[in-house]
Design a binder for this molecule. Structure first.
Ligand SMILES: [Zn+2]
Ligand SMILES: [Zn+2]
Length: 454
């Protein structure tokens, strides 16, 4: 190990720094490492039917796995836990996750093969445990999937806060509302470094809350006459809960179309995150209902081939057929790179006289991002008053913008870099560029093996 002194606390991103996706972070002190998240990126090659599954090359920490105290999953999104079934065998360390994230990890591992981490230890938001030289506290933070936690990581000489993905949501629909209490306490106690989400650092203001989205969806749905199908990300459990509540309120029945939306809803139900009015009917029954009683939530808002929305558009869905006068509402954003497949989907519906409402084209908040805009970043930095901020979870423009915001909000210093750079967090901040070998691996469906990716 090459840390210069025994009390140096370092941060080493192997994925997710300089890109959005496949997060894989390491914290180190005194020859001991703690890993945070292990995610994938889905890349759609032109002409390919299915996106390829890409993930960070773990070779640096795999070669030192006897020094790895454990791996913490901050939340249930694919870019934070999706690579674990493929990479855990190379790490063989205990994995810690909240009950919902653990449930999603079990579900994903069953669905796609790979190996379920063992032991997989469930940690309730708010808990605190010791992992080698690290004392870790799971601090609940609001995001677009439930039970997301920021991590307060304390060593003998330093206090670090890893924000995970977050936003300020005072009405998240599922789970507790944003609370600044614990962050303010930590700020008063003194924080050496914050590792922070940069996804929306180029956007002004604040992201709308799930509560705002619920109100806007309620207005649209109350004014629709025929069938309504809402496309949203299947990990957005709050959005599904909102639709269940609106179904009851508007005299409709909720159906869930798509395997991943059904799977994620079951995971959320298992751990008790959904309310009593969450009572979806079997999708096969939707086709027998009069149009004004149908409200369906569907996967495939990115226009993915073979997903529920694409089947509805091409009239090949086994459970539901849409007709002229029905409405498709895309309660989502188009992920960069998917513009043409979303356009194909929208035009396909419109050509058949089906009304399409896209959140991105609407004045009302029909979708909310799960990441902090400029105003939210300023608020958190002012609470934490950190000495150092290291932006991650973004391309370089996002990370640079986040660093500028941090300095304006009073952070003494910022450091930006990329995967493989070793960041010294404490006692003396600095960066050693290209410290660790990094790269991408790709999961090959045919051989069920990992191979190097370009
Ligand atoms: Zn993420
Ligand atoms: Zn996330």
């Amino acid at each position: 190990m090459t840390q210069s002194g025994n009390t140096d606390v370092v941060f080493l991103p192997l994925g997710g720094c300089g890109e959005i996706g496949m997060n894989f972070n390491l914290f180190g002190v005194a020859n001991q490492w703690l890993a945070v998240d292990c995610g994938i990126t889905l890349e759609q090659a032109p002409g390919a039917l299915r996106p390829s599954v890409q993930m960070p090359d773990p070779r640096f920490i795999a070669a030192r796995r006897d020094q790895l105290a454990g791996l913490i999953v901050t939340h249930a999104h694919e870019d934070h836990l999706g690579a674990l079934p493929y990479l855990w065998e190379q790490l063989r360390c205990p994995v810690y996750a909240t009950p919902f994230a653990a449930s999603v990890l079990r579900y994903k591992t069953r669905g796609r093969g790979g190996v379920l981490p063992s032991p997989l230890i469930e940690i309730a938001p708010g808990e605190r445990i010791d992992l080698g030289p690290f004392e870790v506290e799971w601090i609940p933070i609001t995001h677009s999937t439930p039970e997301t936690c920021a991590l307060s990581i304390t060593t003998a000489s330093a206090r670090i806060l890893h924000t995970a993905d977050w936003k300020i949501d005072s009405a998240p629909v599922v789970g507790a509302a944003w609370s600044s209490h614990r962050f303010a306490e930590l700020g008063r106690a003194g924080i050496d470094a914050v590792i922070c989400d940069s996804t929306n650092a180029l956007k002004e203001g604040y992201s709308p809350s799930e509560g705002d989205v619920a109100a806007a969806l309620g207005t649209v749905i109350a004014n629709c006459a025929g069938r309504i199908v809402v496309g949203c990300f299947s990990s957005n459990v709050a959005r599904m809960q909102t639709l269940a509540t609106l179904a009851v309120r508007t005299g409709r029945y909720l159906g869930i179309l798509g395997r991943s939306a059904n799977g994620l809803a079951r995971c959320a139900q298992q751990v008790g995150l959904l309310q009593r009015d969450f009572q979806p009917i079997h999708a096969q029954h939707l086709g027998y209902l009069p149009p004004h009683e149908v409200l369906a939530v569907a996967t495939g808002s990115q226009g993915e081939w073979g997903a529920a929305l694409q089947k509805l558009m091409s009239q090949t869905h086994p459970d539901l057929a849409l007709e002229q006068g029905d409405t498709v509402l895309l309660s989502s954003k188009t992920i960069p790179g998917n513009e043409s497949s979303v356009k194909r989907l929208v035009e396909g519906f419109r050509n058949r006289g089906i009304h399409v409402i896209e959140a991105e084209e609407s004045e009302a908040p029909l979708h909310a991002s799960g990441h902090p805009c400029r105003g939210e970043l300023v608020d958190l930095y002012q609470l934490l008053q950190p000495k150092l901020v290291v932006p991650v979870h973004g391309e370089s423009a996002h990370m640079r913008a986040n660093a500028d915001i941090a300095r304006e909000a009073g952070a003494q210093m910022t450091l930006t870099g990329r995967n493989g750079d070793l960041f010294y967090l404490s006692p003396t901040p600095g960066v050693r560029r290209r410290f660790a070998k990094v790269g991408r691996l790709e999961w090959c469906e045919e051989t069920e093996r990992l191979k190097g990716a370009a």
